[in-house]
Design a protein around this ligand. Structure first.
Ligand code: UD1
Length: 384
């Protein structure tokens, strides 16, 4: 059985084989087979006819006095300790080619982690309960992330208010469905996308920890938006005012921009990821996902137990070929997307904001969404 999944097995010595036997036993091969069939052999594509633009609230249409009211109610709730912040920082950040966790990338000595930590410092005053920060890492960056926080003295936040937990992993496979061996002769496992965040929060006990502290709402963001407004009180106020399960922030995408689209697919709230957008849909759906959402803890409780589907990503990875030489080839990687859980929310609103001062993603080394563009935006916002 194991030889079918690892064709190099017979070429390995007894101790390597024994090691592989142990790790192989922990894999659910039926599940791997099912995911391979569903995403690669018989993939379903999004039918353009089934996508509809969703309604959103434009921040420009909210009167100033109303904005103030929303912000005040959010502040009161934050001060009572009802909000926590959740950061997705388990990704590989391959496009950026930065050696280390993406959050450690620094502009004039200020890291992405620090830019976000600074925004939580204001809740360390006597008027406010502290905001707890939950950070999702993965096997590839957990140790380095923790050391970075340690070296930087937790950016002057109390260490006990920062909680790290690891995300799920899943094996990538070759196109012939065999498993990959790492150069260290281990079965390769990689972070399986950010959609495992709800199960990981639930299974790690972090959700329980939040609830025990009286947290009722969780603000979540991507690690790589250089100008993210962590715990934005306008979004939080809107979330409270509508008694929402999910509240999302969006922008109008630029032509060709790599952002998912918040939409209705077959009448169900979803994000159509930019990698899966049907031809011609780019300019038709103008509610771009920027990875900023607020969830109620009750919603997190529900989706923590839900099964999330896998999507296929083609990635070039280093692995051992049949003769045990290291090669770099395109393989199948399977990823879950957190927004597939939006269908479980009955109460969900989206606030569309102007991108300036809200969205400057650091994705690439050069060109669009790059070190240069993020640096310029940080400067013009006065953040560095
Ligand atoms: C993501 C969104 C996309 C959105 C864009 C905005 C997803 C699936 N897609 O795309 O709709 O328009 O951001 O910038 O979220 N992460 C993990 N673990 C993983 C993979 C990713 O924690 O296994 C984290 C990353 O560290 C990052 C966030 O999830 O904070 C987004 O991941 P990334 O791979 O950068 O997604 P994009 O393709 O840019």
């Amino acid at each position: 059985m194991i030889e079918k999944w690892i064709p190099q097995y017979d070429k390995l010595d007894a101790s390597d084989q024994q090691h592989l036997d142990e790790s192989f036993k922990t894999l659910d091969v039926d599940h791997i087979e099912k995911v391979y069939e569903e995403t690669y052999v018989n993939p379903t594509t999004v039918d353009m006819g089934k996508i509809e633009e969703i309604q959103y609230i434009s921040a420009d249409d909210i009167e100033d006095f109303q904005k103030e009211k929303l912000r005040d109610s959010a502040k009161a709730s934050i001060f009572k300790g009802e909000f926590a912040v959740l950061l997705m920082a388990g990704g590989q950040g391959t496009r950026l080619q930065h050696p280390g966790p993406k959050g450690t990338f620094s502009f004039d000595g200020v890291s992405l982690f620090e830019l976000q930590a600074r925004q939580l410092q204001k809740y360390m005053s006597e008027d406010s309960a502290p905001v707890h920060w939950y950070i999702m890492t993965s096997d590839i960056n957990h140790v380095e992330t923790l050391s970075f926080f340690e070296e930087n003295k937790y950016f002057d936040l109390p260490k006990d208010n920062i909680h790290f937990f690891k995300q799920e992993h899943f094996p990538p496979v070759k196109k012939d469905k065999t498993l990959l061996l790492t150069p260290e002769k281990e079965i390769m496992l990689t972070p399986n996308g950010n959609g495992g965040i709800f199960a990981s929060l639930y299974n790690s006990g972090m959700l329980e920890d939040m609830k025990r502290r009286g947290v009722k709402h969780v603000f979540m963001n991507n690690v790589d938006n250089a100008v993210v407004k962590v715990l934005d009180t306008l979004l939080a106020g809107l979330h409270l005012d509508n008694d929402n399960e999910v509240t999302s922030k969006s922008i109008a995408p630029k032509p060709g921009e790599s952002v998912g689209r918040l939409s209705l697919v077959d009448g169900v709230k979803a994000v159509v990821e930019y990698t899966e957008l049907p031809e011609g849909a780019d300019r038709r759906f103008l509610n771009g996902n920027i990875g900023i959402h607020i969830f109620s803890t009750d919603f997190l409780d529900t989706v923590g137990k839900a099964e999330m589907p896998y999507h296929l990503a083609l990635k070039k990875l280093d692995f051992l070929d049949i003769d045990l030489n290291v090669v770099k080839e395109e393989v199948l990687k399977f990823e879950k997307f957190y927004f597939d859980a939006f269908k479980y929310a009955e109460k969900h609103n989206t606030l569309q904001v102007d991108r300036k001062s809200e969205f400057s993603p650091l994705k690439n080394k050069e060109g669009k969404d790059s070190v240069e563009t993020a640096y310029q935006d940080l400067k013009s916002e006065g953040l560095i």
